[in-house]
Every structure is written in C-alpha cells, then in structure tokens.
Ligand binder design. Structure first.
Ligand code: AGP
Length: 609
C-alpha cells in the first residue's frame, strides 16, 4: 500500500525522500511523488510508474532543491494510476501526501465544490488537501486547521503535510494508517515504516491516533487532538541497515528464505525455559490456557495458511477445537464467539485492515485476543490482549517466507504449551517436542542446502505451465495451500491446492498431461492414501512432483521428480517442507522474468479493506 516519507534537515531533501521511498517500494505502488520547499515555495514533482520514472522526470524537468519536504508512493484506490492522481496533492497554501482511505470523501468534496473549490484529480486525498486548505484559510494556524480537518474525516489516514507559510517544517498526523517519526541529529523524518529511515536513524516515536507531529531540523513536538503538547516514548529499532538491504542476494525473497534458520532461532529460543515453552511474558499463563473453550485463528493470505497448520497441530495435540477464518469473511459473518473463546490474529505487518477489524470485533464480543505479529509496535500488536512477537526481522519481499516460517514456529510453541496445560501431553513429551522444535532451525538450513538445486530444476519444467495443482492430506494439505499461493503470487501461473482425497469428486476432470501436480506426502499415517491419489492423477497423464521424507520407498512409475526432505518429527515437517515449495515458486518467477519482490497488483501491507 502507499508509503509516506518526510524530511527536515540539512541534506538535499529530494535525494533523501527518494532514497527513503526506495526502502518502502516493497509495500507495492504504481506512482510516486515529492514536494520540497525551494526558496520558501513548495515545488512538486510526481509521476505515474516506478521511482525510476520520477527520477527520470526530475532529471529532465528539474529536481526540487531544498532541505525539507514530503514524499509518497501511491497504490491506486480512488482513480487510476496517473500523473494527476499521484501524490502530493495541494490546495492554495497546503500540500500533502496520504496513506489510507477517506470514506466520506464524496460528501466533503460536494461541500468544497459548493465553496467554489476546483479539483484536478479523482482522489480522496485531494479532498483532504482542499479541506485542510479551507480551514487553514479561515484559522491561519496549522495545528488547529489540522484538528478541524481530521475531525471531519471518516476512514483511515496517515498524512505528511507542508504549509507554504511555514517553510522547512513538516507536519504529520495519523488515524489507523501507520506512521512513525524518526529522530536524528539536526534532522528529523516521518515514514510509514522503519526501513525507510534506518540508514539515518534507529530512534523513532510511534504516532498514536490523532496525534500531530511538528518537525523542524532542531526538534520534534507532538500534540494531542486538543493542541496540548505530549511527551513521547523514544523507541529504538533493534536491527541495522543490513536487515533492509539485499546483502548480495539478487532478490529479497531468496535472502529471506535463507534467513529462516536465524529467524526460527530468534523466535523460539527466548520462549524456552527449562526445556519447555514459556509464554508468560506474553501474558499467556497455564490458567488462561486451561480456560479456553474454542479457538479461532483469523488472518489473511499466508498468515492464514500458518493458521491452517496451527489448526491441525493444536487439534491433534491439545484436543481443542480450532476454526480457521479468512479475516475478511470472519468480520462480516456475525461469528458465534464470546467469553471463553480465544481469537488468534496472525499478521506479519500487524496493520492488515481486515485482520485488525476482525480482532476488534472479537474484543467487542467478549472473546480474548492473542496476536502473533512480526512488526513491532504495529496496531494489531498494540491492541491485542496477548501478544507473541515473531522475530523474523523486516520482511521486504511481498511474498512472505520467513514470516510464515516463524508464524509456524509460534503455532507449535502455543500448541505444545496448550496441550500440556490441558493435560493432553506429559512433561517428557512436552520437553521432547520442544527440543525437536529447537532443532528445526538447523534442519531448515539443511533443507535449503539440499533442495535448492532440484527445486531450481523442477521450476524449469513448470515455467511454461498454464495451471498447476498442489495436493496433500492433513498437514500436507495445509502446507499445499501455502505452496500454491506462493507460486501464483510471484509466477502468475494459476494454481490450486486440493485435499488429495477430494480430487475424484470433481477436480480430477482437469487433469491432463499439461497440468503438473505437486504432491506433498510426508505424513506416514496418510502416505499410502496419498500415493493412491497420486496414482490416480498419474494414470491420467499428469506430470507429478512428489515431496516426501528421505528413506521413503517410491517406485519410479509414481512420480517424475521426487524431492526429499530429511526424515524428522512428522508433526514439525511443515517447517521443513515449506522450503522447497518456496524455492520452486521463487525460481519459477525468476525464470519467467517477473518482478519477484514486487509482483504486479500486490502490496506488502494491505491497509485497506
Ligand atoms: C503473502 O505472500 C502475501 N503477500 C499475503 O498473503 C500476506 O500474507 C497477507 O496479505 C497478510 O499480511 P499480514 O501477514 O501482514 O497480515
């Protein structure tokens, strides 16, 4: 979704803004722009397309010169991607950039048109610029004008604002959409996310709803919605510039796949005490666990798929019923939840609009909420009753890999502790599972080393396919869902995941020699059954790629390719098997010449419904 940056200091602000926007490219966008104070006038440069198009335009038409300004990458919602619809948008004295959606923009626009104001673009953002300009013309004071304006807005917004009468000062305000204020030495920043500014400073404030920040080179002041100054707690990012660079890898996605062993270690190790999971610092106590009636795991996309694995594991070990819900469905289906129920919200970004709304609904209905979140200080993290941070570090590639891996690791930690609290497993078993979970970090490193070459080779066979099927049973089916999503989002090849036993009830009619089938068969109890299903598709001409454990006896006529992962504790195998699925998707995308890290139409952080 849209990215916002702002800068005040001594450097060439156009350069800083573009550089910071590059670090937000992962969020997905289709146009970009900046506004800079040049000789006390606001000069705007904006362009449809990528940042390189904006840079090219500034090379030919002139780059705004100055040391303070705001910048934006836009992911179109209101109006097509075009130069006119790109941000910044302006009124007579006000220029701003916006992330979010203004739900009542039409009625505000009608009001402003009646006041004689003209509009150039189709965006809701220009309405905010004109409304702020309208109030500023009346009040002639920025903070009060911002407060009057934001009181009228319905929806979500993070705004970076400059007023022509206040050169070298940047204003910022937010509601729902994320925004941080970076604190440097003689320079200050605003940004949608920490990666944009980490090169310049690790220190930042998290802006709360309706707080207004005023940035000058010498300092930052923050005011509440009654214009009262407030003290903010200074946060410090605990990762460095390397975490947001490619570090020699051709794409963020493959870098992040390779970071998975470290991410698992960082997430699991601090939660182990005396060989057992200990989630007390996350407010998860054995008493609370014993009181849980039903569990709902609610999330979107890949995060939801981690919940699918979680369901199988929790139900198997803790014998507690788990429903997995897509957040956008959950929030509108009047779910039957209440006291005694636990709603687990899983989110890498912690800002996904549907997941956040689902969590708020669950709270309203009296259920307890537990968030599993990667982004520190994000809205979901801040609003949940209980919180387990995953420590994957920043995930830049739109296709989630390491965040999924650590979401799985937390699902296991939680399932083990719940099973123990409910008396379903004894201490020995708990310690055994925990030790195996700790071992996954090494095993995942082995799998990356052992399966990269074959995954690359397999991807050469998939590159021309129009459509693919992923099949599996039980945990393997849950995993297939993620394999299929990963492939389609970055290779643009259609694929579906299917419960292997369900094929013959309809979907098998699709099978032809042109439709490759990726069959995941790692669970001994279901192995023979899945093999029978594989034979059914093989008999109809499908090319089969089979993923199984080392040591499995597979006759040559069953599969065209067999990808083996080390034999391991079976319930934990999804953490190993997701690696070749990620690698197959990655190499297929690379071979098709796609933009691996920023696939078309997608955004990293989906902050709109
Ligand atoms: C994953 O590869 C996708 N980009 C997407 O499905 C993602 O997992 C989903 O949008 C949820 O995002 P979140 O984890 O930030 O809430």
């Amino acid at each position: 979704m849209c990215g916002i940056v702002g800068y005040v200091g001594k450097r060439d602000s156009a350069d800083v803004l573009v550089d910071a926007l590059k670090k937000l490219e992962y969020r997905g966008y289709d146009s970009a722009g900046i506004a800079v104070f040049e000789d006390n006038k606001i000069k705007v440069a904006k362009s449809k397309g990528k940042l390189k198009d904006l840079i090219q335009k500034m090379d030919t038409e002139g780059k705004p010169q100055g040391t303070a300004g705001i910048g934006h990458t836009r992911w179109a919602t209101h109006g097509e991607p075009s130069d006119i619809n790109s941000h910044p948008h302006s009124g007579a004295k006000v220029t701003l950039v916006h992330n979010g959606i203004i739900e009542n923009y039409k009625e505000l626009k009608d009001f402003l048109v009646k006041q004689g104001r003209d509009f150039l673009s189709d965006t809701d953002t220009e309405v905010v610029a004109q409304l702020l300009d309208y109030y500023y013309a009346k009040i002639k004071e920025p903070i009060s004008a911002i407060i009057e304006t934001t009181q009228e807005l319905r929806g979500s917004f993070a705004l970076g604002i400059v007023f022509e009468d206040y050169p070298n000062t940047v204003y910022a305000v937010r509601r729902e959409s994320p925004l941080i204020v970076g604190i440097g030495q003689g320079e200050n920043f605003i940004a949608s996310d920490v990666p944009a500014i980490i090169k310049y400073t690790k220190d930042y404030y998290l802006l709360e709803h309706d707080e207004i920040a005023v940035l000058s080179p010498n300092g930052v002041e923050v005011f509440d919605s009654h214009s009262q100054p407030i003290e903010k707690e200074l946060k410090t990012a605990d990762w460095d510039v390397d975490a947001v660079g490619k570090c020699g890898y051709p794409h963020y996605m493959i870098k992040e796949i390779n970071e998975q062993p470290t991410a698992i270690r960082n997430t699991v190790t601090p939660r182990i005490k005396d060989g057992m999971p200990c989630l007390e610092e996350c407010n998860i106590t054995p008493e609370m666990l014993r009181g849980i009636r039903n569990i709902f795991i609610v999330a979107c996309g890949t995060a939801m798929h981690s919940g699918m694995v979680g369901k199988y594991v929790i139900e198997e070990l803790a014998r507690t019923a788990v429903t997995v819900d897509i957040a956008s469905e959950f929030r509108y289906r009047n779910p039957i939840i209440g006291e005694g129920d636990l709603i687990i919200i899983v989110s890498q970004s912690g800002e996904t609009a549907d997941s956040l709304a689902a969590m708020r609904l669950a709270k309203e209905k009296g259920a307890k909420t537990l968030a599993i979140v990667n982004a520190m200080g994000s809205t979901i993290a801040r609003e949940a009753d209980m919180l387990i941070y995953t420590h994957a570090g920043p995930e830049i590639s739109v296709a989630s890999t390491k965040a999924y891996m650590v979401q799985l690791s937390v699902m296991y930690l939680f399932a083990f502790e719940l099973a123990y609290a409910k008396g379903q497993i004894d201490e020995d078993k708990l310690k055994y599972y925990t030790s195996k979970l700790l071992e996954t970090s090494e095993r995942v490193a082995d799998v990356i080393a052992q399966t990269t070459e074959l995954s690359q080779k397999i991807s050469t066979k998939l590159v021309t396919a129009d459509s693919l099927l992923y099949i599996g049973r039980g945990l393997d089916y849950a995993l297939s869902m993620e394999g299929s999503l990963k492939l389609k989002e970055i290779s643009y090849i259609h694929s579906e995941s299917y419960a292997a036993g369900e094929l013959k009830h309809g979907t098998i009619s699709l099978i032809t020699p042109e439709m490759p089938v990726i069959a995941v068969a790692t669970q001994s109890a279901l192995f023979e059954k899945t093999v029978s299903n594989i034979k059914e598709v093989k008999a109809r001409g499908a090319k089969v790629i089979m993923i199984c454990q080392e040591g499995c006896d597979i006759s040559p006529d069953i599969a065209n390719y067999v990808l083996r992962v080390p034999a391991f504790e079976e319930i934990l195998l999804p953490m190993l098997v997701c690696v070749p699925l990620q690698l197959i998707a990655y190499y297929t995308s690379v071979q098709r010449g796609n933009d691996v890290d920023q696939p078309r139409n997608l955004a990293k952080s989906v902050t709109v419904e």
